[in-house]
Write a protein that binds this ligand. Structure first.
Ligand code: COA
Length: 178
């Protein structure tokens, strides 16, 4: 895959043209709160990520690929979908998603992540797709439930994350559950 098309969006590996918009939403504390990075994420961090990431979809085992979610008309970056090919079990992928605050609650994540999950199952033979979230993140719980992910487990105060014990929810979808 070099790109995926949905009704409203074009998804393709994040590139230099996305950098400023990418940095802007990664610096938003409300977005960073739930993610691995912090609001001091800068241009150099973005350049490293963009230059260092694989380009093929799905990425090689053990690696992550950030797919830009761009408006199909204007090309503006609205967010990204991250795909991780899990090392070990075959045909197993982990996904994550981020949408810039000004584009949230318009179905961007649902449409973009839904398309990526469909491509993993339909075009790449996925057996299982998983996601992990902070128990307090109501938006992602709603999003994943809506896409058909099963709430698989809850690890209570399992992670020491950003200075506090954090409860993790795990989500999964099997090919035969679609
Ligand atoms: C989670 C996130 C990606 C959702 O993006 P989005 O484009 O706003 O999501 P959508 O518009 O597709 O909405 C999907 C569902 O979530 C619901 N939702 C979205 N934001 C919500 C919020 N803040 N609180 C409660 N529900 C919310 C929507 O109502 C919708 O539910 P519905 O289909 O039952 O109507 C976005 O809030 C985000 O980027 N948050 C910060 C980063 C993050 O938490 N990423 C996930 C980490 S795993």
């Amino acid at each position: 895959m070099t790109s995926l098309r949905t009704d409203r969006f074009l998804l393709a590996p994040l590139d230099e043209g996305d950098r400023d918009a990418f940095v802007a939403y990664r610096r938003d504390p409300a977005v960073a709160r739930w993610q691995s990075w912090t609001p001091d994420f800068g241009v150099a961090d973005a350049d490293r990520l963009i230059e260092g990431q694989p380009t093929g979809f799905p990425p090689p085992a053990g690696e992550w690929l950030q797919l830009a979610v761009r408006d199909a008309g204007s090309g503006a970056l609205l967010g990204d979908v991250a795909v991780h090919t899990v090392a070990g079990p075959p045909d197993t992928y982990e996904v994550g998603v981020t949408v810039a605050a000004e584009h949230q609650r318009r179905g961007v994540a649902g449409e973009a992540l839904g398309a990526v999950v469909a491509a993993l199952f339909d075009d790449h033979g996925a057996h299982r797709v998983i996601a992990t979230s902070d128990q307090r993140n109501a938006a992602v719980a709603r999003l994943l439930t809506g896409l058909g992910f099963r709430h698989e487990g809850r690890a209570v105060e399992a992670d020491w994350f950003k200075g506090e014990w954090t409860t993790l929810d795990t989500w999964a979808m099997l090919a035969r559950e679609r």
